[in-house]
Ligand binder design. Structure first.
Ligand code: SF4
Ligand code: SF4
Length: 386
């Protein structure tokens, strides 16, 4: 696991895997629209012309200029231009989504890979992504899609009902929006989630949390679980490493914590950049104060990636120190993440301290929660259980 879950195979562009049996099964239906034909000028024009109207924007009533308010960048977008995430284009004064129905990666993953440790442990999640992200994290594991334009990948138009049918047929119980930053495909995600609910599927979002209040309120209603990457408790870190701001992310986490959606938080600990005792303690105290002790908090191991190949992987001792600090401050469920089979990867009862869930990598090997309670001392354990 990472701050953004490492992506599954992608279609189109580099790493084409249309021959993958999973994709062949998915693509054999007859209700797809036209596939993207590449990134020639004609293909881009066809993509733009076929893109559906986006939501979460307003006209500025001058020269066809609009303002998108999906995320806190609040881009002002001129006619013919795109927002910072590259996925939303102004066509003659109307904003359109270039990623609606355009997944570039679909895969089935254990829910533990997201990571969700207190949400239906052991289930498989039908996971999908499009291109695009409003951030530019220098350590992004999935930069091939997060920093791409929609036209960089060729794939068929895939309507929400096709995704839901495919997820149901694959016997997965959860649809997960993941790999890139899924809030850029908010309209598609919400349509899939509403359809999925009718079929008895649950939906989960894996996000950086850089999203404005109105769209986030809709997501909290439509989705069952949300994992947020709280990348570091520092505006400087967000500005210099991610091209974003901390404050709106904190506001988003508070909003989710008050909603019906299950919340988990991941902090990717990057050596020398966000691993000081002060930064870790500030983050822990903020989570405790604003979300309470029961929200699972994962301290995840960094591995060199993208523009941060110069730093070493996080020492395991640093993650253990973060987990110990969280425990001593009163967080009930802190985890050492991205270190397979580490004891800090298990879930322990805050009362009797016995191991409730044992994990080996992404797999649950022992489960001692019954009817939402510790099997040993009957304490209620926060989460959504099978
Ligand atoms: S979602 Fe994209 S277009 Fe909209 S404000 Fe954010 S970066 Fe800009
Ligand atoms: S927020 Fe975007 S750029 Fe940052 S790690 Fe996630 S997908 Fe990558």
């Amino acid at each position: 696991m990472t701050n953004c879950v490492r992506l599954a195979p992608i279609i189109g562009g580099a790493g084409i895997v249309l021959s993958d049996p999973f994709w062949q099964g998915l693509l054999s239906g007859d209700d797809f629209g036209v596939a993207l034909a590449g990134n020639s000028a004609d293909a881009i024009d066809a993509l733009v012309q076929s893109a559906p109207r986006a939501r979460y924007w307003t006209s500025l009533h001058k020269d066809n200029v609009v303002r998108c308010f999906l995320c806190p960048h609040n881009c002002i977008i001129g006619d013919g231009e795109r927002g910072k995430c590259r996925t939303r284009v102004n066509v003659k004064g109307g904003l359109r989504s270039l990623v609606y129905g355009r997944p570039v990666s679909i895969h089935v993953d254990p829910i533990e890979k997201k990571p969700f440790y207190h949400f239906l442990p052991g289930v498989q999640a039908y996971s999908l992504a499009t291109a695009g992200c409003p951030l530019q994290c220098k350590c992004c594991q999935n930069w091939e899609i997060s920093q791409a334009r929609p036209e960089d990948y060729q794939g068929p138009y895939t309507p929400p009902e096709k995704i839901v049918r495919s997820a149901s047929a694959g016997k997965t119980r959860v649809v997960a929006f993941t790999y890139n930053e899924p809030t850029v495909f908010a309209e598609y995600m919400l349509d899939i989630a509403r359809d999925a609910k009718k079929q008895g599927l649950r939906c989960a979002l894996i996000s950086c949390g850089f999203v404005n209040e109105t769209p986030l309120a809709e997501m909290c209603k439509a989705l069952d679980a949300i994992k947020i990457d709280l990348k570091g408790y520092s505006e400087d870190f967000y500005r210099n490493v991610c091209g974003a701001e901390l404050k709106p992310v904190l506001a988003g986490i508070k909003q989710i914590a008050k909603s019906r959606a299950h919340l988990e938080i991941v902090n990717l600990v990057v050596p020398t950049l966000n691993d000081s005792d002060k930064m870790l303690l500030d983050l822990i105290d903020w989570v405790l104060g604003e979300c309470g002790p029961d929200v699972p908090l994962h301290f995840s191991r960094f591995h060199p990636a993208y523009q941060m190949l110069n730093l070493p992987p996080t020492p395991v001792a640093t993650l253990e120190r973060a987990r110990d600090m969280a425990l001593s401050r009163g967080i009930h469920f802190p985890y050492v993440g991205n270190v397979p089979s580490h004891p800090g990867d298990n879930t322990y009862c805050p009362s009797c301290k016995k191991a409730l869930i044992q994990r080996q990598g992404f797999f649950v090997t022992e489960m001692n929660i019954k009817n939402g309670r510790c099997k040993f001392c009957s304490r209620k354990i926060a989460g959504v259980w099978v």
